[in-house]
Design a protein around this ligand. Sequence first.
Ligand SMILES: [Zn+2]
Length: 212
Amino acid sequence: MINCPECGKEVSDTAVSCPNCGYDIRKELRNIERNQIYQDIYNNVEMPTQPKTPSLIGIIIDLCFFVIAIIIAAVCGIILYTNSNSFSEVATSLLMISILVMVLTVVILITMYSSYKEQKKEYDLSINDPETYRKKKADEKMEYVRLPSEKSNGKYTFHYLASFFIPIVGFILGAMLLSKDDELVRDKGKNCIWLGVASVIITFLLVSKNII
Ligand SMILES: [Zn+2]
């Protein structure tokens, strides 16, 4: 038994809605479930270790490649400019490759630096304001959490397929599901209708382009 958050009366936790005021009890149960999972994740957030600064050797190697690429590009540029035919094909290929290497080295350097900056920011936050850090991490993880009670998508695969391939079936199924008490089931109904609409639009586009 739980207390209805709307009218406060005791309601069975197997009820779909409150018999007294009609409040969506499943929604309330999902909220309780979600809060428990959130608390659990929040309490188990791992604090980060101090990030290592980008290695000097890595930066030097990266810069060496960059300089070598510039030199090769310059030499190839001169060869192409002076138009000595016997080398022009090789020079063009080498110029392309060296430009690619230059771009790559710059991208690698920026990535190294920005990933360090990002880790440092997280680390500083975890030291200065652990509460906010925990909350941020827990919120991020919650995005990917599916509640056990929400894991009923598989049951609707057939509904979705039917809705897409026979839009009228989608509209009928959608209307049927939308009339249910459970908010989650109503969401599935909306999905059916959207799939039907998408199917009609796609068919219309294909027909207007004379593809089918
Ligand atoms: Zn109630």
